[in-house]
Design a protein around this ligand. Structure first.
Ligand SMILES: [Fe+2]
Ligand SMILES: [Fe+2]
Length: 344
């Protein structure tokens, strides 16, 4: 076992590295900043970064296992694809892309809800010691740091507003021109989102609060991993200075958001691996293998993420493309050309 630090206070997990220059994008003061060499530094990573690495190594050494993972390639690439995105801009129909960026920012903002969990004394659910693990720090800084990264904190904008800033930089028009509320309503926000409030997946004697927390962590982990397709997609067309405004600033901003997501994927997969490798205790005192508990949640939620959730997002975006093409002269031709550029 290593000698790395594995116990951290909440203040430590929320503390920033020193930056030489703050990140300001499109007039918006964002979290994070730049070190003396001009390299982007993610917020709240002074202790959180090394902590996640130490917990992961410790768990692998203690249980002789690998950290749980899903390859990005399991998810399909973004819709519309990069060529279709470029085509929409050239055809003068950028609104579906603005809608997609708005949707991504809104989803990022919802991700902050994870901080509402505030779990205490998770030890009672596990046979093996959880001191000095990610599990033991979920309610002591990890969920809070995640929430602040997504929704912003005090004066500093988080990912929600950073996506909105990237959109406004790229399209050089105030989003107020678009009816954002109507757009989000068309895209299915406000109706029940998949995977939430479904039937129980774990045995009756497992605390419902614990199941709810683990299910949320798994759902968020899948969103975080699959988002790397979205980053690659957005950076590909946003970095084209002939196509969008802002001299590449929008794509840069997206690359900073991408960097900030690494600790999210990191702590979630570490804590879920720690739970998988431990024995769970039900409220009746019965014991359950962690591999079985995590497996029962992991399988159905992965299927949901790869299938229906993905299809729902695709349908919402397709609706926006059809909606906006219909407002243009020759919209049917634009839509046909758009469809022709789609992946087989
Ligand atoms: Fe995010
Ligand atoms: Fe995230």
């Amino acid at each position: 076992m290593g000698t790395a630090q594995v116990e951290f206070t909440e203040d430590e997990l929320l503390s920033d590295l020193v930056v030489s220059e703050p990140l300001v994008a499109g007039g918006v003061r964002c979290h994070g900043g730049f070190d003396a060499d001009g390299t982007y530094v993610s917020p709240r990573t002074r202790f959180r970064g090394p902590a996640i690495a130490a917990w992961g190594e410790q768990n692998c050494a203690r249980f002789g296992t690998e950290l749980i993972d899903v390859p990005l390639e399991r998810w399909e690439r973004s819709y519309p694809n990069v060529e279709q995105a470029r085509f929409l801009i050239r055809a003068g129909v950028p609104e579906p892309l603005m809608a997609t960026l708005t949707r991504i920012g809104t989803v990022e903002g919802y991700g902050a809800n994870i901080r509402l969990l505030k779990p205490k004394d998770l030890q009672r659910h596990f046979v093996e010691d959880v001191r000095g693990t990610a599990i033991d720090h979920l309610g002591g800084g990890l969920f809070e740091a995640h929430g602040r990264d997504e929704a912003g904190w005090e004066q500093e904008a988080g990912h929600r507003d950073m996506w909105f800033a990237a959109r406004d930089l790229a399209f050089e028009r105030p989003a107020g021109e678009l009816d954002i509320e109507a757009m989000l309503a068309r895209m299915g926000f406000g109706v029940n989102r998949p995977g939430a409030g479904g039937p129980r997946l774990l045995p009756d004697d497992i605390s419902p609060d614990l199941e709810m927390m683990v299910s949320l962590m798994v759902r968020v982990l899948f969103i975080e991993i699959s988002a790397f397709h979205t980053f690659a997609w957005a950076e590909a067309w946003m970095s084209d200075t002939e196509l969008v405004a802002g001299d590449g600033a929008a794509a840069q901003l997206v690359s900073y958001i991408r960097a900030d997501e690494t600790p999210h994927v990191g702590y979630l997969r570490t804590a879920l691996s720690e739970m998988r490798d431990r024995t769970w205790i039900g409220e009746t005192g019965r014991q359950h293998a962690g591999t079985d508990m995590i497996g029962r949640i992991w399988g159905p939620l992965l299927a949901q993420s790869l299938g229906p959730a993905r299809e729902e997002g695709r349908r919402a975006t397709r609706g926006e493309v059809e909606h906006w093409c219909a407002t243009r002269t020759g919209g049917a031709d634009i839509l046909a050309e758009f469809n022709a550029l789609g992946d087989a």
